[in-house]
Design a protein around this ligand. Structure first.
Ligand SMILES: CC(C)(COP(=O)(O)OP(=O)(O)OC[C@H]1O[C@@H](n2cnc3c(N)ncnc32)[C@H](O)[C@@H]1OP(=O)(O)O)[C@@H](O)C(=O)NCCC(=O)NCCS
Length: 185
């Protein structure tokens, strides 16, 4: 848990997040982790928030996740996730700054997208990022997501307005050009 609290407090990692998220107390961070653990018992499981560890040492270097969107416009009969209309999920990732620039976020994003299509049977995987967060936008592109739009000044935190980029990839697009979870060159 100390490692999680440390990375959840990294100011550099949190510069595109609201202050309320950055300033959470230890017990709020513990409750956040507990929710991820509790999610494991969900049937169907609504969220997979997973640790990212180094293959060589097993060291925890942060987390990534895929969250199934609740509800939807119509039930898909026979869908493996049941009648939850759960055909879309969004993804996210965070990496401790000491490990930036080595392709790890791209590797994690590709793996979680592959998991969403192969194991969860999703139709669409999307993600949003603050437009100024160039690294995150780059990761989404490298994971095969396409830019769908820019929401202008739809977020307000840290004393200013921020634009948000929306990215997504559809199952048939990914099947045509699957990007595996391997480390990018
Ligand atoms: C965004 C983040 C996940 C990128 O992680 P990373 O492991 O450094 O990313 P990668 O090494 O896989 O880099 C992917 C690409 O982004 C580029 N990139 C990474 N950080 C960048 C930055 N700050 N500015 C511009 N480009 C950047 C890399 O050069 C690479 O580009 P390439 O495709 O031309 O080689 C990481 O900076 C982070 O955890 N930030 C804080 C949390 C966060 O913002 N999460 C996303 C919320 S939407």
């Amino acid at each position: 848990m100390p490692d999680v609290i440390a990375y959840q407090r990294e100011p550099l990692s949190l510069r595109y997040y609201p202050e309320s998220w950055a300033n959470r107390a230890d017990d709020e961070i513990c409750a956040f982790v507990q929710r991820q653990i509790d999610d494991q018992a969900g049937a169907p499981r609504p969220r997979f928030q997973l640790a990212i560890t180094l293959a060589e040492s097993g060291a925890l270097i942060d987390n990534c996740g895929i969250r199934i969107k609740p509800g939807g416009p119509g039930e898909i009969r026979g869908h493996p996730l049941g009648p939850a209309n759960a055909w879309e999920a969004d993804i996210g990732y965070e990496l401790a700054p000491a490990h930036w620039g080595r392709g790890y976020a791209t590797e994690a994003a590709r793996a979680i997208v592959a998991f969403g299509f192969r194991e969860l049977g999703l139709h669409r995987i999307s993600a949003t990022c603050i437009a100024d967060n160039e690294g995150s936008a780059r990761v989404l592109k490298r994971a095969g997501l396409r830019l769908e739009g820019r929401l202008r000044e739809n977020e307000h935190f840290r004393g200013r307005w921020w634009d948000t980029l929306v990215y997504a990839v559809l199952a048939h697009e990914w099947e045509a050009a699957p990007l595996r979870g391997e480390r990018p060159a």
